[in-house]
Each structure stands twice: as C-alpha cells, then as structure tokens.
Design a protein around this ligand. Structure first.
Ligand SMILES: Nc1nc2c(ncn2[C@@H]2O[C@H](COP(=O)(O)OP(=O)(O)OP(=O)(O)O)[C@@H](O)[C@H]2O)c(=O)[nH]1
Ligand SMILES: [Mg+2]
Length: 336
C-alpha cells in the first residue's frame, strides 16, 4: 500500500532530576553537598532513508519515544544521558508541525538528518549551588521535559519528469519501455492507483540518468473528486518537466485536443505553477490512429502553445528514443 500522509507523535526523553545529597564519610564530620546532575534526555532524529518509499511503516508505528535521562546520584554522580533514537523516512518527506502547520524540514537527500524533538536538559544537583557563603545548599532542579509534538508527514516523491494524461493514455506502458519500472498495464481506466518511479538511463557517453514518475490518470472534474481526484499531483509538483500524454488512437472515443485541454484545466486547478511547468506534448498509440487529423490537430495545438511535440508508439517503438532524448535534455541540467 502506498501511503503518503501520516500524523505521528514524537517524544524526546525528559531530563533526569538533579540529586540532593550530602557527603557522609567516616572522619569527615560535615561533608559538603554531593548531589549530581541529571542526564540529558535523548533526541528523536529523523533520517532520510533510500530503502523506504512510502510512509506505510508509520501507520503501524505512529509513536516514537527517546529514552529519558537518568537522575543524578549522590557522590556527585551525573545521571547517564538518555539514548537518542533514529526514525527512518523516505527521501521526499516534508515534515510539518501538525498543530501550527509550520514546515520543519524537507528531506531531499538520502542520509539527511533532522532532530524533530529535542531531549530535555538534566536538572542540576545541589552540589552546583554551593558557594562560599552557601555551603549546604538544598536546591536542586528537576529535569526539563523533552519535546512532545505531533508531526504531519507528507511524502512528495522526487522525480525529474512527471507523466500526465487521461487514464489509458499509455503512461505506464511508456515508463515500462524506457525504464526498469514494471507497473501494471491494462486496457481499462485507473489501472495505476499509486505513483511509481522509473530511472531512465540516457544513451549518451556519460550515461546520466533521470527519474520519471508515472501517476494515475486525470479526468474531467478530477479536482472535485471525480476519478481518483488530483491529490496525487503533489508527486509531480517538484519535477522539472511534464510529459503530457494524449491518446490519439480512435479507441479512446474522445477528441485528443479536448483531452489535452481538460487535463490542463485539472493541472491548473491543483496549482497554476504545475500547469506552467515546461511540458512536452506526446501523441501516443500512433500505431492505432487511423485518422491523421487526430495527430495533426494536436500537433497544431502544441505549436500554438509553443510546446515541443512528439508522437510515439510504445507497441512499435516509434518515436520512443527521440522522446527519451528530449526528456533528458529538458530534465537534466546541462553538463559541461
Ligand atoms: N496500440 C497501442 N496500445 C497501447 C500503446 N501504449 C499503451 N497501449 C495500451 O493502452 C492501454 C492502457 O495503457 P496503460 O499504460 O495502462 O495506460 P495508463 O495511462 O497508464 O492508464 P492508467 O494507469 O489507467 O491511468 C493498455 O491496454 C496498453 O496496452 C501503444 O503505443 N499502442
Ligand atoms: Mg497506468
């Protein structure tokens, strides 16, 4: 199951209490104060892990607590610090304070670490309060509580290119042709229910690669909840390029230009920025398009909007290499 939003609770360790004690030793009639400090509570640290790609594990485990600091003891013994804990989260996780909505951190790279709850400071023992005029202090502090907060985690996949289009447009088929990703492909709408990533390696000498996201299809009214809605568009919010796939074969039963406009409206209703992203228009299933006007009208629309246009068939392989190259050029920063 692909889970991309969860609420979790993190509780850092409380600080240990400072101790109240006086030295009692043979032959030392009036020993001085000897209460040690409490230890510090452990932190809760989130770490971006390359081995996780959903937030599902948090569903089963929504609470994460670090160890408390031990109390200080007599003979000036400081309590041990509580152990910190590490909580793994996928790359692409945005962490917000669930109450205030404040964004605390955005995990963009594997290994990225961030303390989401700080352990409480240990209290001072009475030995710390001794001065020349105050030789038998009884003051000692309690440990401070560790942070206790609710976090909202949101996973926004990190990809370079996002595939958008109607259900059945051939998005999953395309990603399976150009990468090692093997999403389910079928001739009914909404085959893809959750986003998939595929790594595409270029044919150039340096074999640079980029990541493509295959997401569910969009239909008219998706922004009002039709079909699978538009929430999943957040996974392509951070891409550099969109490839907008339009089925030009007769089997879609719709007009390609109209399909294009509907998807653009849905993208814009999610965010204007998304609709304005660099885009390649891709006519798909050209092997099954009988009427050439279905392709040419889409091509004319792309020209009018000053968008690059490609036509492909994932069945025959026509146009795939060219499209891959165009995606790489637009998605990868120029190499020197
Ligand atoms: N003739 C032909 N059929 C294709 C081509 N590409 C995909 N198809 C078929 O179109 C149907 C839908 O393909 P998918 O790749 O599952 O489409 P999708 O865009 O991922 O669809 P959703 O996941 O439902 O949004 C499948 O039956 C594919 O075999 C193509 O180039 N030519
Ligand atoms: Mg699909």
């Amino acid at each position: 199951m692909f889970i991309d939003e969860v609420i979790i609770r993190v509780k850092a360790g409380d600080g240990g209490n400072g101790c109240l004690a006086f030295r009692r030793e043979k032959f030392v009639p009036r020993g001085g104060p000897s209460g040690g400090d409490g230890g510090r509570g452990g932190d809760v640290v989130m770490v971006a892990s390359p081995h996780h790609n959903t937030l599902l594990h948090f569903r089963f485990n929504p609470e994460h607590k670090a160890q408390r600091g031990r109390h200080g003891e007599g003979s000036n013994k400081t309590g041990h610090d509580g152990a910190s804990i590490e909580v793994a989260t996928p790359v692409g996780t945005v962490v917000q304070d669930a109450e205030t909505g404040e964004v605390l951190h955005d995990f963009t790279q594997a290994g990225d670490r961030f303390i989401v709850a700080h352990g409480g400071r240990g209290g001072r023992g009475n030995a710390r309060f001794a001065t020349s005029t105050h030789q038998a202090p009884t003051e000692h502090e309690e440990g401070r509580p560790g942070d206790d907060r609710k976090l909202r985690l949101e996973l926004k996949l990190l990809a370079d290119v996002g595939l958008v289009g109607f259900p059945n447009a051939g998005k999953s088929t395309l990603i399976s042709r150009i990468s090692a990703a093997r999403p389910k492909i079928a001739d009914y709408p909404f085959t893809t229910l959750e986003p998939h990533l595929g790594v595409v390696t270029t044919d150039t000498e340096d074999h640079r690669s980029f990541v493509v996201a295959d997401i569910p299809g969009l239909i008219e009214g998706a922004h009002t909840g039709h079909g699978l809605g538009i929430q999943f568009l957040k996974h392509i919010e951070r891409t550099r390029l969109l490839a907008h796939l339009v089925d030009v074969s007769e089997s879609s039963g719709r007009d390609p230009v109209h399909d294009f406009e509907i998807v653009m409206t849905e993208l814009a209703s999610f965010s204007e920025d998304l609709a304005k992203k660099p885009m390649i228009v891709v006519a798909t299933k050209i092997d099954a398009a009988q009427d050439p006007k279905r392709i040419s009208s889409l091509k004319a629309l792309a020209r009018k909007r000053k968008l690059p246009f490609h036509q492909i068939s994932s069945v025959t392989g026509k146009g795939i290499a060219e499209l891959k190259r165009a995606m790489a050029e637009a998605a990868l920063p120029a190499s020197h």
